[in-house]
Every structure is written in structure tokens, then in C-alpha cells.
Design a protein around this ligand. Structure first.
Ligand code: GDP
Length: 313
């Protein structure tokens, strides 16, 4: 891939796609192709084929997906499995048919079994039962991985798959019903500080552990792998450290400057008890994250304050 290669970033308005788009621009890639959802419905096969036939991109970052936090996944399981299967099937197949040189597919750490040993190695894929709150999403993502591997095996199509851990950063979704935990906590603590509220409600018991990667680090890793990795085996992308939800709540409160109480709503699900990726494969390839959690939270909080009017919330 060189600076004038034609590169399609699918999902460029989302958290991940927008970060990849920014990264490519910053690195001097000049021939980027994007389409908004109203211009191109990726769940519609004909529209996707027509788009690839016309544009003929050489490289594809497949960052378009229906994503959401624990409550959204639990409430809209049909939408999560259908939209993701359609989007990825259409884009991967069209990319192969219309001569794309390489495609990068983004999975998720929730593809691993609920009770996988921690940290989770790539080889644990399909070794046990999934976490029920996001099984439909996870099954769709697993299908995407197997599809990439199968197209490589049968057709020699260069598709690679990376599995990011929980992501956050500028452009995140701050809607309290559908967001992931980090964006939700930034918004909850910011609003509590502003209104002088006495307490902030955090879902679940506070004991689950999660790993958080800044989306700009993910975009850096995605470009690194696009340039340096040509294998069907999946690659984890994370920071290699996790933190409990209660520790995270305290950290966000501290960054935001909220001094009230933190209470736990145990009627909300905890989800999987722990989700920490083993990142030794990516480390051995020569990549490391750069953004610390505290710095990343501060930067995302500042982004939220300045973009509240247009942010998804
Ligand atoms: P998950 O990693 O797929 O479980 O997705 P989430 O990021 O939505 O949730 C991670 C953990 O944070 C779960 O244990 C949630 O119960 C917990 N959590 C605590 N407060 C919140 C909140 O306000 N929103 C969300 N989405 N999760 C929360």
C-alpha cells in the first residue's frame, strides 16, 4: 500500500473508522474513499457491488459495524446479528470479487469464550461458550473471521482480522442506553459535576474487569498490520492490562473532578467477568500502544465537552 493507493474506509463516521481515516490522512495517504450511510447502505448487497464495481478500491479497512454496549446488545440481539452479518458478508465478498488487494476486518474481544483463561490468546477462539449478553454480535464477528480465513484459503484473498479490546476515544457514542462503559462514565460524571448531583450510578457490581484501548492507538495498529501482516490468523490488539469497573469509575471521577458518591445498580448485568487480551503476538511483531488510560480519558473528556452538541448522545 503506498500513499496514492485507493483506500476505502468502511464506517468512516464511527469511532473506529473515523480514527483510521484521521490516521491515514495524517500519514499522507491521499486517495481515500468514503461513503456515508445515506449514500451507501452496506446491508444492501446490490448497492455494495455497484459501489465496488464503480470505485475499484485497492485496500479496504472494514470498520463498519453495528456496535453497542451491554444493554444495547442485550436489547437488540436480532439487529446486532443481522446488520453485522450483512455488512461484513457484502463488503468482504465484493472486495474479493472486484479485485481488492487486501482487506482488514475488525473483530472484537467478545469473540472469546466467557470463561476463557486470562489473558486471552488468539488460539482460544471457538474453545468454549460465549457471554450470552453479546452472543449474537460475537457470532457475527466470528463468522467474519472465518469468512476472511476461508476466502484466503479457497481464493487466495489477502484478508486479515484483528481483535481489538474495549475501545474509547473521540467520536465515541455517549448515549447512556447504547454506549459502552467508558463513554457512559465520562458523560455521567461530567453531568453530575455540572449539576452538583450527590451520586452517580454505575451499572453492575463494579467487579468485572475490562481492558481499554484508545481508538487512536487502534488506528495506528490497524495501519501497522495493513502494512506488515499477511496471514489469516487473527491478531489481538490491546494494552495488556485491565482494571475493574469500580477502579475505572474512580479514575474517571478523578479526571473529571467529581467529588460525590459512586453507587452500584446491581439490577444491571455485569457481563463477562474479565476480558483481557494476550497481546504478545502483536508485541512480537513490533507494535505497542502509546496512550495511557488517564491521558486518554482526559483527552476524551475534553473532546466530549467541546463536541457535546454534535456527539452521539
Ligand atoms: P461489555 O464489555 O461488552 O460488557 O460492554 P460495556 O462497555 O457496555 O460494559 C462493561 C462493564 O461496565 C459491564 O460490567 C457493565 O455493567 C459496566 N458498566 C457500569 N456502568 C455502565 C454504564 O453506565 N454503561 C455501560 N455500558 N456499562 C456500564
Amino acid at each position: 500500500m503506498d500513499k496514492s493507493s485507493k483506500i476505502y474506509v468502511a464506517g468512516h463516521r464511527g469511532l473506529v473508522g473515523s480514527a483510521i481515516y484521521r490516521k491515514l490522512q495524517a500519514e499522507g495517504y491521499t486517495n481515500l474513499v468514503v461513503r456515508s450511510r445515506s449514500e451507501l447502505d452496506l446491508t444492501n448487497q446490490q448497492q455494495v457491488y455497484d459501489f465496488f464495481a464503480r470505485e475499484r478500491p485497492e485496500y479496504v479497512f472494514l470498520a463498519a459495524a453495528k456496535v453497542g454496549g451491554i444493554l444495547a446488545n442485550n436489547t437488540y440481539p436480532a439487529d446486532f446479528i443481522r446488520d453485522n452479518l450483512l455488512i461484513q458478508t457484502n463488503v468482504i465478498d465484493a472486495a474479493y470479487r472486484y479485485g481488492v488487494k487486501k482487506l482488514l476486518f475488525l473483530g472484537s474481544s467478545c469473540i472469546y469464550p466467557k470463561f476463557a483463561p486470562q489473558p486471552m490468546k488468539e488460539e482460544y477462539l471457538l474453545s468454549g461458550k460465549l457471554e450470552p449478553t453479546n452472543e449474537p454480535y460475537a457470532i457475527a464477528k466470528i463468522s467474519g473471521i472465518i469468512m476472511c480465513q476461508s476466502y484466503r484459503r479457497q481464493y487466495g484473498f489477502n484478508a486479515i482480522s484483528l481483535m481489538p479490546t474495549n475501545l474509547y476515544g473521540p467520536g465515541d457514542n455517549f448515549d447512556l442506553e447504547t454506549s459502552h462503559v467508558l463513554a457512559a462514565l465520562i458523560r455521567k460524571f461530567a453531568e453530575a459535576k455540572e449539576s452538583g448531583a450527590q451520586e452517580v450510578v454505575v451499572w453492575g457490581t463494579g467487579t468485572p474487569r475490562r481492558e481499554f484501548l484508545h481508538v487512536d492507538d487502534l488506528a495506528d495498529a490497524a495501519l501497522f498490520l495493513m502494512l506488515n501482516y499477511d496471514d489469516g490468523e487473527i491478531v489481538n490488539v490491546g494494552v495488556g492490562e485491565d482494571i475493574s469497573i469500580s477502579e475505572l469509575a474512580e479514575l474517571v471521577a478523578d479526571v473529571v473532578g467529581y467529588r460525590g458518591k459512586i453507587v452500584y445498580d446491581t439490577s444491571k448485568p455485569d457481563g463477562t467477568p474479565r476480558k483481557l487480551l494476550d497481546v504478545s503476538k502483536l508485541t512480537a511483531l513490533g507494535w505497542r500502544p502509546r496512550i495511557s488510560l488517564r491521558y486518554g480519558i482526559r483527552q476524551t473528556y475534553e473532546w466530549y465537552l467541546s463536541n457535546r452538541a454534535t456527539a452521539r448522545r
